[in-house]
Write a protein that binds this ligand. Structure first.
Ligand code: NAD
Ligand code: DAU
Length: 372
């Protein structure tokens, strides 16, 4: 198994991708020294077309210190085959870590087309470029890797009991999860058909710094700060399993370095929360940090129309990555959530830049009735 040297990271300006690049360059935002173990000395090429979710502010310090030396940014759409091929050749890419995607379930319900384009055609375009570039004298190289970052949502929805395992049959139920499932199948197909060295990971809900504030936790923190409504879908009894973003990224890096080629690994926080219970916890923490009253914030909880096809419960069995690769999450939920709340309250200009841009019009157009 070769050591990754010239890595193409797609979607590196988004939430998880930017945290991943920060992790590789020893720029973890977590307090203390929990996540400074990447031990990477190579080059990263960040390919991102900067959709509404891409934000180069997330990497300003990485760019300042490593830009043009070990870090390169290419503003490119992953569906652009010619440009992607040029990038493989120019940087002599030996490893792809593919984060780029349309990632928000609600947006996939409002407009599924972009999801099929980026998540399916984009992944296909990357796989084709990798296959062409890594085939030498008619044979596929075995010292290269295409790692695909995916989601637990491909497995569908759980009832009150049970866990998703790596062999759980796929049963995606939203346009987002269906497009991610399609991309997972393409990645596996390229391994079985062309011998492309691949690994794949399916992770639960991430939280932490730099998450776009349309997602539950940053949305709620930001709305609490602004005194706005806290929109809870349905009865608030859906369950998600939460993992700190850098624990996810450490798992991805471990799979890239030690994972068995051709295999998939589930990653989870073993940390299930009903949405409404999580919101109460978040209110308590945010009240403490802002000096606001818990009772006043609680009054802003607003039950709104449920998400169509809202998956009831996600929960991951991550025994495989724990037993085979020795992965273990490092961040406790108590600490991670506290740090996350503090991060969003402190980084006011980061969030204000987003809230005052095109996102503001999008919210007004699509969520007027929720009083967001
Ligand atoms: P995000 O929406 O925050 O970031 C996505 C990034 O991809 C953005 O920077 C965007 O500009 C870029 N992008 C989108 N379309 C592109 C295109 N056509 N070409 C180039 N770049 C493009 O997403 P995220 O939450 O960071 O998720 C990253 C990956 O992890 C996704 O594949 C997602 O399915 C997966 N995932 C996310 C979670 C989660 O909880 N957020 C959990 C499990 C898996
Ligand atoms: O499970 C992994 C997935 O987690 C990733 O693949 C997705 O990219 C990521 O967006 C996330 O999907 P969810 O749909 O679970 O995340 P979201 O933050 O949108 O919602 C979390 C839960 O909170 C979900 O049950 C819906 C609910 N919710 C969400 C929002 C935005 C609300 O009740 N109110 C809200 O305003």
């Amino acid at each position: 198994m070769a050591t990754p040297h010239n890595i193409l990271v797609t979607g590196g300006a988004g939430f998880i991708g930017s945290n991943f690049i920060r992790y590789l360059f020893g720029k973890s935002t977590a307090e203390g020294d929990l996540f400074n173990d990447a031990d990477f000395s190579g080059t990263v090429v960040n390919v991102d077309c900067l959709t509404y979710a891409g934000n180069l502010e997330n990497l300003a310090d990485v760019e300042a210190e490593f830009g043009g030396k070990r870090y390169f940014f290419e503003k490119t759409d992953i569906c652009d085959s010619k440009e992607i091929t040029r990038i493989f050749e120019h940087y002599n890419i030996d490893t792809v870590i593919h984060f780029a995607a349309e990632s928000h379930v609600d947006r996939s319900i409002l407009g599924p087309e972009a999801f099929v384009k980026t998540n399916v055609t984009g992944t296909f375009t990357l796989l084709e470029a990798a296959r062409r570039y890594w085939t030498k004298d008619g044979s596929m190289r075995n010292d290269v890797l295409f790692h695909h970052v995916s989601t637990d949502e491909v497995y569908g929805s759980l009832g009150e009991t049970g866990y998703f395992r790596e062999d759980t049959p796929y049963d995606p139920r939203s346009p987002y999860s269906a497009s991610k499932a399609a991309s997972d199948h393409l990645v596996m197909a390229y391994h079985h058909t062309y011998g492309l060295p691949i690994t794949l990971s399916n992770c639960t809900n991430n939280y932490g710094p730099y998450q776009f504030p349309e997602k539950l936790l940053p949305l709620m923190i930001s709305n609490i700060k602004e005194g706005k409504n806290l929109p809870v879908y349905g009865k608030g009894d859906n369950i998600r399993d939460w993992i700190y973003v850098e624990d996810h990224n450490r798992a991805v890096w471990l799979i890239v370095n030690k994972g068995k080629r051709g295999e998939k690994y589930n990653i989870g926080g073993e940390n299930e929360w009903q949405n409404i219970k999580l919101l109460h916890k978040l209110i308590e923490l945010t009240a403490k940090e802002t000096g606001k009253s818990v009772e006043e914030i609680e009054k802003t909880i607003t039950y709104v129309k449920d998400r169509p096809g809202h998956d009831k419960r996600y929960a991951i069995d991550c025994a495989k990555i724990k037993n085979e690769l020795g992965w273990q999450r490092k961040m406790t939920f108590e600490e991670g959530l506290k740090e996350t709340v503090k991060w969003y309250l402190k980084n006011t200009s980061w969030i204000e830049n987003i809230l005052s841009g095109e996102y503001k019009n999008w919210i007004e157009k699509n969520y007027k009735e929720q009083g967001r």
